[in-house]
Design a protein around this ligand. Structure first.
Ligand code: HEM
Length: 163
C-alpha cells in the first residue's frame, strides 16, 4: 500500500525493530529489558505504533501502543509530529514535537501536552521523549516527572530494524 504523502518524513520508522534497553528512576531499582517495536501504515495520514518489552527474567514488562500523526513543517528539514500513546498501566500521553530530518532518518524531541492517568494509575505529571532513526538504528529515550519527582531519565533503548 502506498504511504500517505503527509507521512513521507515518518517513513524511516516503518518496519519492525528489536533491541535492548535500560531504565532507572529515583526510588526504584535500575533494570534492563528487551524491546520490540512495530510501526505500520494503512495509507492514511498517520503511522500505527506498538511496543512490547520483557524484563531480564524474560517476563513481559512495560507495553504501549498508539499513533504518530505528521504535522506540516516550517522548512524542508524541520517537520512536526503529534504522538498519542496509551499504556496498560492506565496512562495516556499526548506528545507534540519537532522532527529534524537527517541524512539517514531524523531526530525528534517530544514533550507531553497532556498526560492523563486513570484514577488507579501511578502519578505522572509530564513526559519527554527523544526518538531518532539513523538508517536501521532506532534510539528511544523517555524522561518523566512522576510520583512526585522532577523530570528525570527513566528508560533508553537502542533497537535494530529486523523487518
Ligand atoms: C521501555 C519502557 C518502560 C519500561 C521497560 C519500564 C519499566 C519500569 C520498571 C521496571 C519500573 C519499576 C518497577 C515498577 O514500579 O513497576 C517502572 C516504574 C515506573 N514507570 Fe516505567 N517503564 C517504561 C516506560 C514508562 C513510561 C513511558 C512511563 C510513563 C509515561 C512510565 C512510568 C512509570 C512510573 C510512574 C513508575 C513508578 C515510579 C516510582 O515508583 O516512583 N514507565 N517502569
Amino acid at each position: 500500500m502506498k504511504l500517505h504523502p503527509a507521512c513521507a518524513h515518518l517513513q524511516p520508522l516503518l518496519g519492525k525493530w528489536r533491541g535492548e534497553g535500560s531504565g532507572d528512576y529515583p526510588g526504584i531499582e535500575p533494570f534492563t529489558y528487551s524491546e520490540e517495536v512495530t510501526f505500520g501504515h494503512v495509507g492514511k495520514p498517520f503511522l500505527s505504533y506498538s511496543q512490547r518489552t520483557r524484563g531480564a527474567d524474560g517476563l513481559p514488562l512495560h507495553a504501549e501502543c498508539g499513533y504518530w500523526r505528521p504535522v506540516p513543517g516550517v522548512s524542508e528539514v524541520e517537520r512536526g509530529v503529534e504522538v498519542l500513546i496509551i499504556q496498560p498501566s492506565g496512562i495516556f500521553e499526548l506528545l507534540t514535537g519537532a522532527l529534524t530530518l537527517t541524512h539517514f532518518g531524523f531526530v525528534s524531541t517530544l514533550s507531553a501536552l497532556k498526560v492523563i492517568g486513570a484514577p488507579t494509575a501511578r502519578r505522572v505529571d509530564a513526559t519527554e521523549r527523544r526518538v531518532s532513526v539513523d538508517g536501521d538504528v532506532l534510539r528511544c529515550e523517555v524522561s518523566m516527572a512522576a510520583t512526585g519527582h522532577p523530570m528525570s531519565a527513566h528508560v533508553e533503548a537502542t533497537l535494530l530494524r529486523f523487518a
